[in-house]
Ligand binder design. Structure first.
Ligand SMILES: Nc1nc2c(c(=O)[nH]1)N[C@@H](CN(C=O)c1ccc(C(=O)N[C@@H](CCC(=O)O)C(=O)O)cc1)CN2
Ligand SMILES: [Mg+2]
Length: 295
């Protein structure tokens, strides 16, 4: 394809969504939406993401509350922090930053979040409803919702398309597949053990790469004219950078941009959408609450 793929600018689309959110927040009469973040431990990446979430709340005129626990915190202490936030009426959304330290049972913590405040959409009831036909979860996980929003706002018709999702994680691969099926796409979930992975990916009109391996998807894996959403965020050593590394996706961007019709960059693609969708979910929760108060 001459000229190469059109860039799907996640940073710009996320900014547009944050403007819509701020407008919604300022139109609310009785409630200021509040997001609670819970961070266990001091992982640098997790601390950065939580800081970005708190900053985004501020930009959208929302409140944020933060609870930090040491990585030695017990499961009971984390549960207690979540329970307090469940009871706090100024909190409309609760986000427990993942991954949790290995001694903590992730499923138990995520399912202790009140379903009405589960803005990550990871509670078994919300995920269960997403996985079923004709049921509506209160919240859809943020990164999957961000992928679908990027496609829609870029004018891509999803219905009837052949989508290959690479990766089967609870955070992205599995929920994004469910969401795309609800959008009437034909979805194949591929992963690291899929036989002839390049051959499977080559069938796709839309590729969602969420496997967590630097630049794994090569130019000769993709169909000419396809659309590529790269969810991967991996560090690659780069001596020309002050930090000594740069971020790359799961897709070999330079090779694939020559073949695809549209592609997301890393950084600046799906990442910013994750936070925009988190705020969207939180404001939706607060608006639901405001409607209840008005009834
Ligand atoms: N409870 C959750 N934990 C995690 C989630 C999640 O949705 N809920 N997702 C990821 C991390 N994540 C948010 O928590 C996240 C990752 C990346 C970005 C982002 O904007 N990335 C930028 C690059 C940022 C950088 O320079 O490091 C980009 O891609 O442009 C936002 C949020 C795991 N945990
Ligand atoms: Mg107001």
């Amino acid at each position: 394809m001459s000229g190469g793929a059109k860039l799907i600018d996640g940073k710009a689309i996320a900014a547009e969504i944050r403007t819509e959110i701020k407008h919604d927040v300022e139109s609310m009469k009785r409630i200021v939406p509040g997001l609670a973040t819970v961070l266990v431990g001091e992982r640098t990446d997790s601390s950065t993401y939580v800081r970005m979430k708190i900053k985004a709340c501020k930009e959208c005129s929302m409140n944020s509350i933060h609870r930090s626990l040491p990585d030695t915190a017990s499961e009971e202490e984390v549960l207690q922090a979540v329970e307090e936030l469940n009871r706090d009426e100024s909190v409309h959304g609760i986000l427990v930053q993942l991954p949790l330290p290995s001694h903590i049972n992730e499923e138990r913590i995520l399912s202790s979040v009140s379903i009405e405040k589960d803005v990550d959409g990871f509670h078994v009831v919300n995920i269960g409803k997403l996985a079923m036909k004709g049921r509506t979860p209160l919240f859809v996980p943020c990164t999957p919702r961000g992928c679908v929003e990027l496609l829609k706002r870029s004018g891509v018709q999803i219905a009837g398309k052949e989508v290959v999702v690479i990766g089967r994680s609870n955070i992205v691969g599995l929920p994004v597949s469910m969401l795309l099926i609800h959008e009437n796409a034909t979805v194949t979930i591929a992963h690291s053990r899929t036989a002839d992975l390049p051959g499977v990916v080559r069938r796709a009109d839309i590729v969602i790469a969420a496997v967590g391996r630097s630049e794994m998807v090569k130019g000769d894996w993709v169909k000419p004219g396809c659309i590529i959403i790269d969810v991967g965020i991996n560090s690659k050593p780069d001596s020309s950078k002050k930090s000594g590394y740069r971020l790359v996706g799961d897709v070999d961007f330079e090779e694939c941009r020559k073949i695809a019709s549209m592609i997301t960059p890393v950084p600046g693609g799906v990442g910013p959408m994750t936070i925009a969708m988190l705020l969207r979910n939180c404001v939706d929760a607060a608006m639901r609450k405001e409607r209840e108060v008005n009834e």
